[in-house]
Design a protein around this ligand. Structure first.
Ligand SMILES: [Zn+2]
Length: 115
């Protein structure tokens, strides 16, 4: 069961650039809140991208099935890729490309162009 996250006071923690800064974090799971300017997106954002990819690729003769899309979204959910509390959009992009490339045989470059 994914944590619903309850933010508590800032604490001194190392940030991405290895400097010790004050960060808010979750009292339940301890995850540090993402404070970068690029906020993470919810599942609907990625579901929209997948349906856009589906129609684009179909025109190029690459078939993406509804069950492939379901598997992709399910695996992303298992990887907690829709955790808008702790993730930055950059981290999400990496997870999205990794999972989509596993299920759909297209280059990472053409996936990146959708994000
Ligand atoms: Zn939490």
């Amino acid at each position: 069961m994914a944590c619903t996250h309850e933010e508590i006071d800032k604490d001194w923690l190392p940030s991405d650039n290895k400097l010790i800064r004050k960060h808010p974090y979750c009292r339940c799971c301890g995850k540090v809140k993402n404070t970068s300017s690029l906020r993470a997106k919810r599942m609907g954002f990625f579901a929209n991208i997948l349906s856009k990819m589906r129609s684009d690729f179909e025109r190029k003769g690459i078939k993406i099935t509804q069950s492939q899309i379901r598997l992709i979204l399910k695996e992303l959910e298992l990887k907690e890729a829709f955790d808008v509390f702790s993730l930055s959009f950059d981290v999400q992009k990496g997870l999205f490309i990794e999972v989509v490339a596993k299920y759909i045989g297209v280059s990472r470059r053409s996936l990146e162009s959708y994000l």
